[in-house]
Design a protein around this ligand. Structure first.
Ligand code: NAD
Length: 475
């Protein structure tokens, strides 16, 4: 039986207890995972703090070269990484290769490039001082430089395990931090393999550490409370983020949070309905809806509502859905659908648990719910989409914005002015016009409202993982 150990200072360490990671496809045992307790977390923080000084002193070009080598090493083991994620989360190998592993390689390469091309800000001119008369103010050169935060914790979710770890890991390493990663208890395998890969590729020992375990009352909470952590990159649910933020408040440590959404897509009557329906089905059902950027609410102009819904159903039927992450998550999704039906929602397709062992759930399309229904407001993180008609642009925008979240939105229209106008009015970190989930990681992404804290993406992530110093030279 495969066993998964924590990776601390270059060594694979057992924990005092193990837990079973089971497959969502057939409930078979994937691995026994050693849960890191306080002792193991302490060792990881010590190893990271020890490695810190040398790593901080690396020249940025050397660090960029190393990031490129890490990217190549990840690419060489792409198949193994994909198989590890397939076993943990049940997504197809081709999707995992393209959506998780290839984009992880891309992320490491992006941060290597950003490091090589990094520049600081500088200002030259007369600078005022309270101690010197204005007409005698000196000419100065002021410039910025950056240093790492120190030792950071990266706490990752299970839905796109490797990539969502890498989106924090690559910039944290690029900025010169040592990292302690905690993958989700539902998806430990790819992070465990990544530790091996980065070790073999020559990342200095202690710079990257992995501790396995659960969140609350376990490894995650121990890590969040540890005073030796200087900052947090977290991707996951709002409730977990609140707990981490409370711990981070002790010591005033910075956080970067990428959280959930209840994303809305607007489809106007002038849109290409075939393309819109195809993209909306993908936006609702890819990875069985377990994507933070999924569209769980669609608003469709009334004159094309019926036509659109039948095209959406046709497209939904073309999707082969993998399992949800666990039986528990499936129950949670199904209970939400049952309550939606009780609240007046009609299931056009789906909504029933299929026979068999795996945690499967069908593509489910609902209509008829009021905007204040639970399913209209709370993320299901499953293959569930609600479709509602609207009569005017202003109404569609207001209803889409009527949410405490603000991660992503989507607009389908062939009217250029409306596209820009609507996108600007939608309260979301990323607005897609006539497309979905098209993103270069050099662009920033900030969850508005309860969808996040801070900005993730190219330079913005480098800035989060570092601290700026301004030096002023009197000329
Ligand atoms: P989760 O919050 O349950 O778990 C995420 C990680 O946090 C896991 O490693 C978990 O063990 C840990 N954790 C949980 N409670 C903790 C605590 N009290 N202290 C420390 N660590 C703790 O989220 P999940 O179920 O793994 O992921 C699904 C959620 O993530 C959804 O809400 C989804 O929308 C969101 N998400 C957001 C993005 C984004 O970029 N905005 C991306 C993917 C997923």
């Amino acid at each position: 039986m495969k066993e998964i150990f924590s990776y601390v200072g270059g060594q694979f360490l057992p924990g005092p207890r193990t837990f079973s990671k089971r497959s969502p496809v057939d409930n078979s045992l994937v691995a026994l995972v050693h849960e890191a307790d306080e002792h193991v977390v302490n060792l990881a923080v010590s190893a990271a703090r020890e490695a810190r000084q040398d790593w901080e002193e690396w020249d940025r070009i050397d660090r960029a070269d190393l990031l490129d080598r890490l990217a190549s090493a990840i690419l060489e083991r792409a198949d193994d990484l994909a198989l590890a994620e397939v076993a943990d989360i049940g997504r197809s190998k081709s999707e995992v290769l393209a959506a998780h592993v290839a984009r992880t390689v891309e992320t490491f390469r992006l941060y290597a490039t950003l490091l090589r091309t990094e520049s600081n800000d500088a200002w030259q001119g007369r600078a005022l001082s309270p101690n010197i008369p204005r007409n005698q103010a000196p000419q100065t050169l002021a410039y910025t430089s950056r240093r790492p935060l120190g030792v950071v914790a990266i706490i990752a979710p299970w839905n796109v395990p490797l990539l969502l770890l890498a989106l924090n890991l690559a910039p944290a390493l690029a900025a010169g931090n040592c990292v302690i990663a905690k993958p989700s208890e539902h998806s430990p395998s790819s992070a465990a393999l990544l530790a091996e890969i980065l070790h073999e590729a020559g990342l200095p020992l202690g710079v990257f550490n992995v501790v396995h375990g659960f969140g609350a009352n376990s490894t995650g909470a121990i890590l969040a409370a540890h005073p030796g952590i200087d900052g947090f990159g977290f991707t996951g649910e709002g409730r977990s983020a609140t707990a981490i933020m409370k711990s981070a408040a002790e010591g005033l440590r910075p956080v970067l949070f990428e959280l959930g959404g209840k994303n809305a897509g607007l489809v106007f009557a002038d849109a290409d309905l075939d393309k819109a329906a195809q993209a909306c089905a993908t936006a609702a059902f890819a990875n069985s809806g377990q994507v933070c950027l999924s569209m769980e609410r669609l608003f469709v102009e009334r004159s094309v509502f019926d036509a659109f819904v039948s095209k959406l159903v046709e497209n939904a039927n073309r999707h082969t859905l993998g399992p949800l992450i666990s039986q528990d998550h499936r129950s949670h999704v199904h209970e939400a659908v049952k309550r939606a039906r009780q609240a007046g929602g009609q299931c056009i397709i789906g909504g029933e648990i299929p026979e068999g062992d795996g945690a499967y759930y069908p593509a489910t399309i609902l209509t008829g719910l009021p905007d204040d229904a639970e399913l209209s407001r709370k993320e299901t993180f499953g293959p569930i989409v609600h479709v509602a008609p609207f009569d005017s642009e202003a109404e569609a925008i207001a209803r889409a914005n009527d949410t405490e979240f603000g991660l992503a939105s989507m607009v389908w229209t062939n009217d250029l002015s409306r596209a820009h106008r609507t996108a600007a009015a939608l309260k979301a970190g990323i607005n897609w016009v006539n497309c979905w989930q098209v993103r270069d990681f050099i662009t920033p992404l900030q969850g508005h409202g309860r969808s996040g804290v801070g900005v993730q993406g190219g330079r913005e992530s480098l800035e989060f993982y570092s601290q700026v110093t301004t030096t002023v030279v009197s000329l």
